[in-house]
Design a protein around this ligand. Structure first.
Ligand SMILES: *Cc1c(COP(=O)(O)O)cnc(C)c1O
Length: 371
């Protein structure tokens, strides 16, 4: 493996779309915690979710998320299970069920597409804009988004992980509750959290392993929620129990805590994280743009994602060769999502600028040999 270096806890660089790369220092702490969490004398895999130690983990994690995003006290910070997919249902079950006013949804790619049928099950829905006919290669401009004042809420995905499309502005009207799936760019940049009524993000793209989903929500958004929801699917159950309604994923939550400590102490906050993420993304986009068509970026330049750089090569055969050689050279996770193929370099928080530089060197060399 050429990118191997001493002290790195894994042999390959991880460009996977998710579960994604985590900081090396976090992985080393997790190894230690699996052997023993010093304060408890126990392996984290066997620590009770009712312990004081775990209550302190939840409490510090909540505080760290509030600090990183500058969240005001009127937001609840919940740690739930079921992934972002469960939020596709939980959101309309609480906010749309029994309503006559439609919720407005944007259909900007693979993941927002998955949210639509779940919402339709619960109530009326209006798709304000769809990029499907155009193959999801761009996002709408404001002049293409006729939002209405009487919508139940607006739902959109801030970063379309599969297609590599990202909104670089907040959408919608201030008098309609905004709901956003930030699964693949949460804590990668400042997000003006106070302009959203509900934000959800599972951990496994940017902030931890699979198994835990962060939900930030304002009380008022639940004002008219139905009273007969299953307890597990009712946000109020999790609010009342401080995210300890049933056995939570203790290990996954602990890893997210370690990532937030790393963001605060080692990186210096989400604005600094954003600068680093932009450097990584710009390095790759410059390379695509300067390759004279050898590498072809998928997304319209204005809507390019800072997290997922999706591109194609001249032919499927050349793409296969690229992916095989990249894997042999130590770059893992580069095949595009099975829905669209191609190549996708996911460059989440945990992946270093140095790793992206190594990939860029490989890509330039590959082009020299095959261009
Ligand atoms: C990966 C992803 C999902 C799906 O998440 P699960 O945790 O697997 O349910 C949803 N939305 C976005 C934006 C994603 O990137």
């Amino acid at each position: 493996m050429s990118p191997h270096s001493p002290g790195r806890p894994q042999n390959r660089l991880n460009f996977s779309g998710g579960p994604g790369a985590l900081p090396a220092s976090v992985l080393l702490q997790v190894q230690q915690a699996i052997a023993e969490v010093p304060e408890t004398g126990l392996s984290i895999l066997g620590i009770s979710h009712r312990s004081d130690w775990f209550a302190a983990v939840i409490s510090e994690l909540e505080t760290n998320i509030r600090t990183l995003l500058g969240l005001s006290a009127d937001y609840h910070v919940l740690l739930l299970q079921g992934g972002a997919t469960q939020q596709f249902s939980m959101v309309p079950m609480s906010l749309l069920h029994g309503k006559t006013r439609p919720a407005e949804y944007l259909h900007t790619g693979y993941w927002s597409g998955k949210s639509l049928p779940e919402a339709r099950r619960e109530g009326p829905l209006r798709v304000v804009w769809s990029g499907e006919a155009g193959g999801f290669r761009r996002l709408p401009g404001d002049d293409e988004l006729p939002f209405s004042a009487d919508a139940a809420y607006l739902h959109y995905v801030s970063n379309e992980t599969v297609e590599g499309l990202q909104f670089h502005r907040v959408l919608g009207r201030d008098d309609v509750p905004r709901v956003c799936d930030m699964s693949s760019d949460f804590l990668s940049r400042p997000c003006e959290a106070s302009r959203f009524s509900l934000i959800y993000a599972h951990a496994q793209k940017n902030i931890g392993p699979a198994g835990v989903t962060v939900v930030l929500l304002r009380d008022e958004v639940l004002r008219n929620a139905p009273d007969d929801l299953p307890g597990f699917l009712d946000y109020r159950s999790h609010i009342e129990t401080h995210s300890n309604f049933n056995t939570p994923p203790v290990l996954a939550i602990y890893v997210v805590l370690l990532v937030t400590r790393w963001l605060i102490d080692d990186i210096g906050g989400v604005a600094r994280m954003d600068q680093i993420n932009r450097q990584k993304a710009e390095l790759l986009y410059r390379l695509l743009d300067g390759s004279h068509g050898f590498y072809r970026g998928r997304a319209a330049a204005r809507d390019r994602s800072m997290m997922n750089v999706a591109f194609n090569l001249g032919s499927p055969a050349l793409e296969q060769q690229f992916l095989a050689e990249a894997l042999a050279a130590g770059f893992s996770g580069l095949p595009g999502h099975r829905a669209i193929g191609g190549v996708r370099a996911s460059i989440y928080n945990g992946l270093t600028l140095a790793a992206v530089e190594e990939l860029a060197v490989f890509m330039e060399d590959f082009q020299r040999r095959h261009g």
